[in-house]
Design a protein around this ligand. Structure first.
Ligand SMILES: Cc1cc2nc3c(=O)[nH]c(=O)nc-3n(C[C@H](O)[C@H](O)[C@H](O)COP(=O)(O)O)c2cc1C
Length: 175
């Protein structure tokens, strides 16, 4: 089984990438590939640029990574209550090639932030929207107050309650 994971953020030290990476470690016997959105930097999408340059190669590459997955593990950064601009840009470019960007793949959808709501606004937006773009969302998880609840040195959730919650979710996926 192959897991493709990413934090939907442009930050080099993305806390969502860290959470997504930890979540992948809870699956046994999985091949894991962690994507970095910085490897998919494209001009800000507009139909005018699209007419000029056509389908972007990096969008094709991102879609190919999704196609290679049996399970997607995605953690959404929340910027002003919504997707990060970096994720939205990748999403927009990809959606012009394949409307069902997530290609009917199973998905564990998460979010974290440094605040108490743990990115719940963007998690709700993505939970509602992604199925229309081919995501088969199996479970969602939000980790509040990342810096209080995640041990960055060990790369694990340090709060036992939240850790158990995520472990139960992963077990429940039956993968
Ligand atoms: C422009 C901007 C807007 C933000 N808006 C929110 C927000 O609406 N809700 C929230 O919980 N955190 C917000 N934050 C804080 C982010 O959750 C925090 O920066 C977090 O590290 C983002 O995840 P990342 O490290 O994966 O990029 C915002 C941060 C930035 C830079």
């Amino acid at each position: 089984m192959k897991i493709v994971a990413f934090g939907a953020s442009p930050s080099k030290n993305s806390i969502n990438k860290k959470l997504a990476t930890y979540a992948t470690s809870l699956f046994e016997n999985a091949e894991v590939e962690i994507l970095d959105l910085n490897d998919y930097q494209m001009p800000l999408f507009s139909v005018d640029i699209e007419i000029e340059i056509g389908q972007h190669e990096l969008a094709k590459a991102f879609l190919a990574k999704i196609a290679s997955a049996d399970l997607l593990v995605v953690s959404m950064a929340e910027n002003n209550g919504n997707y990060s601009a970096a994720f939205k840009n990748v999403f927009d470019w990809c959606s012009r090639i394949i409307g069902k960007v997530f290609q009917e793949k199973s998905m564990l959808l998460m979010a974290t932030s440094d605040g108490k709501r743990g990115g719940k606004n963007v998690l709700e937006i993505a939970t509602n929207a992604f199925p229309r773009y081919g995501a088969d969302i199996k479970a969602t998880f939000s980790l509040p107050s990342f810096y209080e609840n995640f041990d960055q040195e060990k790369g694990v959730i340090s709060n036992p309650e939240f850790d158990n919650q995520l472990k139960e979710i992963v077990k429940g996926l039956g993968i």
